[in-house]
Each structure stands twice: as C-alpha cells, then as structure tokens.
Design a protein around this ligand. Structure first.
Ligand code: CTP
Ligand code: MG
Length: 560
C-alpha cells in the first residue's frame, strides 16, 4: 500500500513545469566568443587535483556538519563540504581542503580504530568521525553552509515521469531527462575519490601509479548510478626514458607461466580486499580478453570494474567527451536513446548477445554526422584527425594511434552545428534514419561519417573508432539486430503521432522510456482511479477461477 500512498502524495504535490528547462534548451552560440571549449585533459586534471585535497568522512547525519567543520578547521582550511547518503542510509561528508598539504595536516591528526591497532590501520582518504569522548566540544556556529545536501541522491522515477508529463514539447522532455539524470558534481567527485583511494593504497608498492576513471563516468554520457570503469596505469615522466642516464633500475623478472600484469592485478585485488575500506565482493576475471577485477564500493555505492593499462579506453572516453561538448544537443539526445533502449530491453545490465550503451552512443554520434538539409551536427573523426597537430599525438597500448584534435577551439566554426534542428526533430530523425538503414550491407563508422561497406556478414557492424579493424558490436546476434530494427520503427511511429500534435497519457518521450508494466501500474494508480484499487492484488490478472497471481496487468487489461 505504501506505493499507493506515495503516488497519491506525489500527485497532490505535483509542481508546475519548471520553465528554467526551456532556457537551457539551446545549443552553443557560436558568436559568443567568451565561451571557450576546455580540453578533456584540463577537466581530468582539475578533478584529480580536487580528489588529491579531499577526504570522505562518515558521520551521524547531515547535522554533524557544524561539528565536523569546526573540528577540521582546527587543522586546515576547508574549501567546501558536500553531504551524501548511501543505500545503507549511512551519511558521509566529502570535504575539500584548500590544498593537498592542508589535507595531509588533517590526516596527521587522525587516529586508528581502537580494535585495529594490531593489524595496522589503513591511511586511505575514507575516514570516520568518532563521537566526542566526554563533554562535547563546543564549536561556534560557522557562517559556512553545506555546499550540497544529499548530493548523490537520484531523482525519484515518479517525480521524473510527472515532470516529463508536464513538459510543453518533446524537446523539453529530452532536455529535462538529461538535466535530471546526468551525473552531478558530487557523484563525479566521489568517483575520483574511489580512484584516488586505490591509487594511494597501491602507490606504496608501485611508484608513478595512476588509477584513472574512464567510460561513462567521464565521457559525458554517464547517468547517476552508472558503473565506475577504472584503469590502472603508470605515469612515465620523459626523464625516466632518458637513455643518457647511466644508472638504471634493475628489472624484476617474473617467473612462472602467467604474465606479469596478471600477477600485478592479482596483487591489486588482494590489496582491495585487505587494505581498501569500503571495497567488497572483489572478483578476479583475469583470463578474459580484457582482464578485469570487479568490486563494489559500499561507502560510495559504486560498482567498479578495474582493468590494466587500457589507455585506449581513456582516449576513447576523451573522444566521446569532445564530441559531446561540441554541440549541446548531443548529450540530451544520447541520454534519450540510451534510456529508450533500456526501456524496450534492447540493452541490459548483463552482458550478452545484445547491444550495449557504448555502441549505441556511437550510433547516435554517427547519425549526427549525416548531412541533413542544412548540414551536419558533428564532424567525422577523419576530420578531427586531419585537424590534429604535434601536441595531439597519442599512442596507446599495442602501438594504437589515438591521435585526433584535442583543442576544439581550433575547429573552424562552420565545420559543426550546421544543422539547427531541435531535439525532438533530431530524435525523430534518429529513429527514421535507422529504420531505413541498410544493416545488411552497411557498417557504421564515425571515422568516415558516412555508411561504409560491411567487411563481413555479422548482423550489426559498428567500427571501433580507434581500432578500425574491430567491430564493437560483434557480440550482437541476428535476433537482437532484428529487434533493434523493429524497435526503431516503432519509436518513429510513436513520435510521428506526437509531432502531429496528439498529446496522450504516454506522449512524447514517456511512450519511449516507460516500461509497459510501469505504464500499466501508473494508469491504475492515477488519482482518478485510486477508488478502484482495493488491494495490491488489483494490479495483477488472476488465473481463472483460482486466486493464484499470474501476471501484472497490461494496458489492455486496464480499461478506463
Ligand atoms: N570501450 C571500448 N571498446 C569497446 C567497449 C568499450 O573502447 N568495445 C571503452 C569505451 O571508452 C567505453 C568504456 O570502454 O566508454 C567502458 O565500457 P562500458 O562500461 O561498456 O560502457 P560505458 O560507456 O561506460 O557505458 P555504461 O554507462 O553502460 O557503463
Ligand atoms: Mg561503464
């Protein structure tokens, strides 16, 4: 019954559509010279620097702020404090200090858990704020306020759907979905803290080690709660490669059949188990094509995948981030498509013979490279390579050339965002484009920006942008590709009716991103219908004469 009560409450508290979403629905004004594209490296450097001077402290509740702030201020200057709660209802404060040295002064003043003294406490950036022994120390009320309260809290789905229902246009729906579900500042900070924790722990054994987030946590297409992909690598300073230096570190030769990196990953997995507070359920998958260590970070509520030296994965994230930054319609459109694919079960949280978010994102980018009446939205990767210069040269593992233009300010203004179509038009055109796409003979390549001939008979061929001989969707079965074709056609039909002006219950984006069962439940629970709901059983179709519950009611079962 609590679902019902909650829904009624939501309906009664429904807020009118927030028109501020309309304002941010416009793409970058090219004539505004004050706006400058920043580079991916600048963003990463800033996030890493933030993490290097931050700590995450478990507290009693958000009202511990004043006491914690007062206590820390005795040792160091606090920049900002961000509060969040994890799924175990534990409260944490992420504190950013004014410098790394400042933060280290606080670490110097930490103590060990009394019971851990005999097994060596861990100096990771995750701490705990103990209740004051004896009389409570009095701290003057500070004029500093929490920068963020409940920072990593996802929007309630019912609230989101209500807001989407109240939007004026489908374009506003797309913008709202993006604004309300993208990773926020707190979540990004936390992801860099989890990376930092492992870096600190490993750096006592490995000099120059770096643990870097990649994938949707940093490529601009991540939604709240997405997995955290991490890569373990090392930063080699140019002087380390100087052949004139005569004293050279002796090499450690690994014995036994397994490759050295497999053994390093084994060790890192053990360190996660023994030395990383919060890390749990560590799983080693080291014989796979891309070997990984999976673990959950319970304090940060994150599922982490750690791999070794996959630098091309980081460059791939950079490429996606750059294309997403170039035009403000790219990310909202991609969010809508990813969400639609999830709702119609084209994607799944589990790996299998279906498409995943990464190739789906490439499909959106490829669509935006197509020439429409007034031109393209995004340039091809070939063009970004052509525009690159010496400082853009990057060579990843296995000699993979990952060179492309990094500084978007160097792109001629007429080489992108030529098409001025709004988001709803683009979404409709996306479905139309793929409803007519020749999957049989053609491959999708963001390098070329136009369909190319398929080199083999696999059902879906999406060229890996950084390793063009590979197909990133080689796992997709014939049946799944057929389903993809059917669903894009259905989506195009659905949107066509909305763009014709009909505004139904599941109008616009709602009809694309709401699962069928959810839609049925909502229909039953609508305020007007609640008098018909006697018990939770009303939500199910019963099996013949008996009372055995068979299945959730569908739209067809619920007649108004
Ligand atoms: N990647 C790649 N080649 C592939 C698959 C993945 O280079 N064949 C890289 C991409 O940079 C991708 C990252 O690995 O972004 C992480 O892959 P994955 O977790 O599957 O995708 P995400 O983009 O992180 O999306 P999600 O939110 O579903 O995790
Ligand atoms: Mg991921």
């Amino acid at each position: 019954m609590s679902v019902l009560l909650q829904t009624i409450k939501l309906c009664l508290n429904r807020k009118p559509y927030n028109t501020s979403y309309c304002k941010c629905f416009s793409f970058r004004n090219k004539s505004d010279n004050s706006k400058r594209f920043i580079t991916f490296d600048e963003v990463v450097a800033q996030r890493r620097a933030e993490a290097q001077k931050s700590l995450v402290v478990q507290v009693n509740s958000e009202s511990s702020f004043n006491e914690l702030y007062g206590y820390c201020s005795k040792y160091a200057t606090v920049n900002d404090v961000h509060h969040y709660k994890n799924s175990n209802d534990e409260h944490y404060m992420l504190i950013e200090f004014s410098s790394e040295d400042n933060m280290k002064d606080v670490l110097q003043a930490c103590s060990a858990h009394q019971k851990d003294v005999d097994i060596m406490s861990v100096q990771s950036p995750f701490l705990w704020f103990r209740a004051a022994p004896g009389a409570k120390e009095k701290f003057p009320a500070s004029n500093k306020l929490l920068a963020v309260k409940h920072g990593s809290c996802k929007i309630d789905e019912d609230v989101l759907f209500d807001e989407l229902q109240n939007c004026e246009t489908v374009s506003h729906q797309l913008q709202l979905l993006y604004d309300q579900t993208k990773l926020n500042d707190m979540d990004v900070r936390l992801r860099y803290m989890v990376a930092r924790q492992l870096e600190v722990i490993c750096s006592s054994l490995y000099a120059n080690i770096a643990i870097k987030p990649f994938g949707s946590s940093v490529n601009g297409f991540g939604k709240m709660g997405c997995d955290l992909d991490l890569v373990l690598t090392n930063i080699v300073a140019p002087e380390m490669m100087d052949s004139k230096r005569r004293l050279v570190f002796q090499e450690k030769k690994c014995e036994g059949g397994r490759s050295p990196w497999q053994r390093h990953m084994e060790l890192v997995a053990t360190l996660l188990e023994l030395r990383a507070p919060g890390a749990a359920r560590v799983t080693r998958i080291l014989n796979a094509r891309v070997p990984i260590v999976k673990y959950s970070h319970e304090m940060a509520d994150l599922e982490c995948d750690l791999c070794y030296n996959n630098i091309s994965g980081v460059y791939m994230s950079e490429l996606l981030w750059l294309l997403g930054s170039l035009d403000s319609r790219v990310r909202p459109l991609t969010f809508a498509v990813r969400r639609w694919a999830r709702a119609c079960s084209l994607t799944s949280p589990h790996p299998g013979r279906w498409i995943t978010n990464f190739p789906l994102t490439l499909m959106v980018l490829f669509f935006l490279q197509q020439k429409r009446n007034d031109g393209i939205v995004l340039p091809s990767l070939k063009y970004l390579v052509k525009m690159s210069s010496k400082e853009d040269v990057r060579i990843a593992e296995e000699n993979l050339n990952c060179t492309f233009l990094r500084d978007l300010n160097k792109l001629p203004e007429d080489s992108y965002s030529q098409s001025k179509d709004d988001l709803q038009t683009l979404l409709f055109q996306f479905f139309e484009f793929y409803a007519q796409f020749d999957f049989q003979d053609k491959a999708i390549s963001i390098n070329e920006g136009v369909p190319i001939r398929k080199p083999n008979a696999l059902p879906l061929y999406i060229v890996n942008p950084l390793e063009q001989s590979l197909n990133v969707s080689r796992n997709v079965s014939f049946e799944e590709c057929e389903r993809l074709k059917t669903e894009v056609r259905n989506a195009a039909w659905h949107l066509e009716s909305v763009l014709d002006g009909k505004k139904t219950d599941d109008w616009g984006l709602l009809g694309l991103i709401e699962k069928k069962t959810t839609r049925s439940l909502k229909k039953l629970l609508r305020v007007g219908n609640t008098h018909r709901l006697v018990s939770v059983k009303d939500l199910f179709v019963e099996d013949g004469e008996g009372s055995e519950i068979k299945k959730l009611k569908t739209d067809e079962d619920i007649q108004d």
